[in-house]
Write a protein that binds this ligand. Structure first.
Ligand code: PEP
Length: 255
């Protein structure tokens, strides 16, 4: 059985002090929800707040994730963060978020290198894929998502592929308040994402890999996504910044 995973992507929000306040407001609720292992909950603050958040959730089942990494171990890469700088603070790392692809030139090749670097350092990559509005309207969703999954997994052995999490995040749904339908996301995840994984590896591997939905998930619409058989949780942006909303979304995952 795949355990659902709900991750909160705080993006470029929350100072260290604000991060502390948010975790304080969430910690007890999330600890109770994650205690029996029916859901994995991951908080992904900005890099600078990682040590603070990691310290605050120490001893609880709440996990911490980064929002990016660089694939090199160290060196002259001004402004970048190496995997070894994350291990110890984090268990997860978001890779290839559409905002990184769109604003920071992240390529499929870079996503693949980052995925391998994360795995090599025992970090679980949450690899984001998804089509933009023009691609969606042109009927290119399956082709775009298939290509992104293939690229992210290039050169990954089956055992490594089983350790990744994929987030299906249609770009047109991120931060827009216009979520995909549960059935629509379920179809892309089942047919395109798991179909591609089955072709790359095998049906059992395709079934074992956890695939989340992300894009304007709220307490109001979350049940529709968690009711879908192919969807194993959510990657949550805006709603993860509001303690009551994120707790409600996590609660829905264990119903
Ligand atoms: C995201 O940042 O990955 C995301 C899905 O954002 P939002 O929930 O705000 O659409």
């Amino acid at each position: 059985m795949r355990i659902p995973i709900v991750a909160g992507n705080w993006k470029m929000n929350k100072t260290i002090a604000e991060a502390r306040d948010l975790v304080n407001a969430l910690r007890d609720d999330l600890t109770r929800l994650a205690a029996d292992g029916r859901v994995q909950i991951v908080l992904c603050p900005p890099f600078i707040a990682l040590p603070e958040v990691a310290a605050q959730v120490q001893g609880t089942p709440i996990k911490v994730g980064a929002q990016n990494l660089f694939w090199e171990a160290k060196g002259a890469f001004t402004g970048e963060i190496a995997p070894t700088m994350l291990t110890g603070w984090c268990d997860y790392v978001i890779i290839g978020h559409s905002e990184r692809r769109q604003y920071f030139g992240e390529t499929d090749e870079g996503v693949n290198k980052k995925t391998k670097a994360a795995l090599a350092h025992r970090l679980t990559p949450i690899v984001c894929v998804g089509e933009n509005l023009a691609q969606n309207e042109a009927g290119e969703t399956a082709a775009v998502v298939r290509a992104q999954v293939r690229a992210a997994c290039a050169g990954l052995a089956r055992e490594d592929a089983r350790r990744i999490v994929i987030a299906y995040e249609p770009v047109w749904a991120i931060g827009t308040g216009r979520a995909a339908s549960g059935a629509g996301a379920n179809a892309v995840i089942g047919e395109t994402i798991r179909g591609t994984l089955a072709a790359l590896y095998d049906a059992e591997t395709a079934q074992a890999i956890r695939v989340q939905y992300g894009g304007s998930v709220t307490p109001k619409n979350v049940a529709e996504f968690f009711a879908q058989p192919e969807i194993d949780g959510a990657l949550v942006g805006g709603a993860s910044l509001v303690a009551a909303d994120f707790a409600a979304i996590c609660r829905a995952a264990v119903r």
